[in-house]
Design a protein around this ligand. Structure first.
Ligand code: NAI
Length: 414
C-alpha cells in the first residue's frame, strides 16, 4: 500500500481521536449501518482531499467500510494532523499528507491521491478539480462525478461551470442547507474562536473583535464572539450584509477604520487582500490577526513579511511581526484557517451533517452514473431533508407534521 506520511508510530493517538468523534457522529454512523451489507462502494475508487483530522478520517473510514478503495491527501498544508494520517494508514487507507508540507509536496500529494484514476472525487477547496483539469487530465478518465465541500471550492467550480469546462458532474455540498446553515455558521463560529483562545491563551471579553465578511462564517464568528463578551466590529462590501450586521447590533465600518481600534481580527470572506500593509501600520501594538477563510490569501502575509523588521515565534501557532513603528502584529497559524491550524476544527456533531451529505451525494452520483451532465449541481433536496431528519432523530427531537388541510391551504391562492 502506498502512502506518504510523517510518522506511523503516532497511530494509536490518531485512533483514539477517531474513536472519540465516532460516538458523536450518529448520522454518518447510521448511513454506514444502513449500507454496510450492500457494500455499494465495492470496486469504487475514491480520491479525497480533506482537512485531515478525526472527523474527515471517519468519513474516509466509512467509505472504505462500504467497499471503496480510498486515497486521501490534505486540503491545506497546516490543517493535517499527523496522528490521524498514521491511524488511517494503519487501517489500510492510502494517505499522502503531513503537517507543514511545502507547496511542491502538497501538489505532489494531490496527484498521488488521484493516481489510482478515481471514480469518485471528494474535494475541499477544489484542488483535486484543479489538478484534474489543469495538470493531469489523464487521471480523470474514470471519474463518474463528485462533491465539493466548501464555499471557496464551490466558487471555483462555479467559475469552471460558467466557462463550460467541467469534465465531470460535481455537487455543491456547501450550498446545501444542512451544510452552510450549520457547518459554516455554528461550526466556524465556535472553532475559530477556539483556535484564537487555544493558541493565545487570552480572553475575548471586553476586546474589540473585528470580523471581516458577514457571510455564513462571519455571522457565526460574530455571534459567538459577542457571546464571549467581545465588542464586535464587522467589515463588509455587500450593502445588505452590512445592514444585517448593523441591525444585529454590531458596529460596521471599513477595515481602514477598524484597523486602528481592533484587538483581534478574524477574516472570513473567501476573498484576497482583506488586511494589507495599509492596515498593518495602523494597528495597535500586539494586535492579533487570524483567518478563517479557506485560503491563506485574506491577510497579506507577503506584505507583512516585507514590512516587518523582525519575525519571531511567540507561542505555538503565534508569530510576532515587529514593525518599524515599534509595534508587534501577532499572526495565528501563519494566516491559514485558524480553526484547523490552531485547533481541531469544527465540532463532531456539526461535521456529522456535512459528511453525511458528502456520503449520500457520492452514493447518488453512483446511482446516476452516465445520466448526469458535466456541470455543477445542487445537492438533491431529498438528501438535504434526509440529513436534517436523521440529525433531529439522533437528538431525540420530534416536530409537527402538516395536516392535509394545512398543506392544501399553503398550496392554494384563494
Ligand atoms: P459567504 O459568501 O457566505 O460570505 C463571505 C462574505 O464576505 C460575503 O458577505 C462577502 O460580501 C464578504 N466579502 C467579500 N469581500 C470582502 C471584503 N473585501 N471585505 C469585507 N467583506 C467581504 O462565504 P462563507 O460561507 O462565509 O465562507 C467564507 C470563507 O470561509 C470561504 O473561503 C469558505 O471556503 C471558508 N470556510 C471556512 C471554514 C472553516 O472551517 N474555517 C468552514 C466553511 C467555510
Amino acid at each position: 500500500m502506498e502512502y506518504d506520511i510523517k510518522d506511523l508510530s503516532l497511530k494509536n493517538i490518531g485512533r483514539e481521536k477517531i474513536e472519540w468523534v465516532k460516538d458523536f457522529m450518529p448520522v454518518l454512523s447510521s448511513i454506514e449501518k444502513k449500507y454496510i451489507d450492500k457494500q455499494p462502494l465495492k470496486g469504487i475508487r475514491v480520491s479525497m482531499a480533506l482537512h485531515l483530522e478525526a472527523k474527515t478520517a471517519y468519513l474516509a473510514i466509512v467509505m472504505k467500510n462500504l467497499g471503496a478503495e480510498v486515497r486521501v491527501s490534505g486540503s491545506n498544508p497546516l490543517s493535517t494532523q499527523d496522528q490521524i494520517c498514521a491511524a488511517l494508514v494503519d487501517m489500510g487507507i492510502s494517505v499522502f499528507a503531513y503537517r507543514g508540507v511545502d507547496n511542491e509536496t502538497y501538489n505532489r500529494h494531490l496527484v498521488q491521491a488521484l493516481s489510482h484514476k478515481p471514480h469518485i472525487i471528494i474535494d475541499d477547496g477544489a484542488d483535486l478539480a484543479h489538478t484534474l483539469h489543469k495538470k493531469h487530465p489523464e487521471l480523470r478518465e474514470n471519474v463518474y462525478g463528485g462533491c465539493e465541500e466548501t464555499t471557496t471550492g464551490v466558487i471555483r467550480l462555479k467559475a469552471m461551470d460558467r466557462q463550460k469546462i467541467l469534465k465531470y458532474p460535481m455537487f455543491a455540498i456547501n450550498d446545501a442547507d444542512c451544510k452552510h446553515l450549520f457547518d459554516n455558521r455554528f461550526g466556524t463560529g465556535q472553532s475559530s474562536l477556539e483556535g484564537v483562545m487555544r493558541s493565545t491563551n487570552l480572553s475575548l471579553f471586553g476586546k474589540k473583535v473585528v470580523v471581516a465578511g458577514f457571510g455564513w462564517c462571519g455571522k457565526g464568528i460574530a455571534e459567538k464572539a459577542k457571546g464571549f463578551g467581545a465588542n464586535v466590529i464587522v467589515t463588509e462590501v455587500d450593502a445588505v450584509k452590512a445592514l444585517e450586521a448593523a441591525m444585529e447590533g454590531y458596529e460596521v465600518m471599513p477595515m481602514k477604520q477598524a484597523a486602528k481600534i481592533g484587538d483581534i481580527f478574524i477574516t472570513s470572506t473567501g476573498n484576497i487582500d482583506i488586511i494589507t500593509k495599509e492596515h498593518f501600520v495602523l494597528m495597535k501594538n500586539n494586535a492579533i490577526l487570524c483567518n478563517a477563510g479557506h485560503f491563506d490569501c485574506e491577510i497579506s502575509m507577503k506584505q507583512l513579511n516585507k514590512i516587518a523588521v523582525k519575525k519571531e515565534d511567540r507561542r505555538n501557532g503565534v508569530t510576532g511581526y515587529h514593525l518599524k513603528n515599534g509595534n508587534v502584529i501577532n499572526v495565528l497559524g501563519e494566516g491559514r484557517l485558524v480553526n484547523l491550524a490552531c485547533s481541531d476544527g469544527h465540532a463532531a456533531e456539526i461535521m456529522d451533517m456535512s459528511f453525511a451529505l458528502q456520503l449520500l451525494t457520492a452514493l447518488y452520483v453512483l446511482d446516476n452514473k452516465g445520466k448526469l451532465e458535466n456541470r455543477l449541481y445542487n445537492v438533491p433536496v431529498e438528501i438535504d431533508r434526509a440529513v436534517a431528519e436523521a440529525k433531529l432523530e439522533s437528538m431525540g427531537i420530534c416536530i409537527d407534521v402538516l395536516s392535509a388541510e394545512q398543506k392544501k391551504y399553503l398550496e392554494s391562492w384563494e
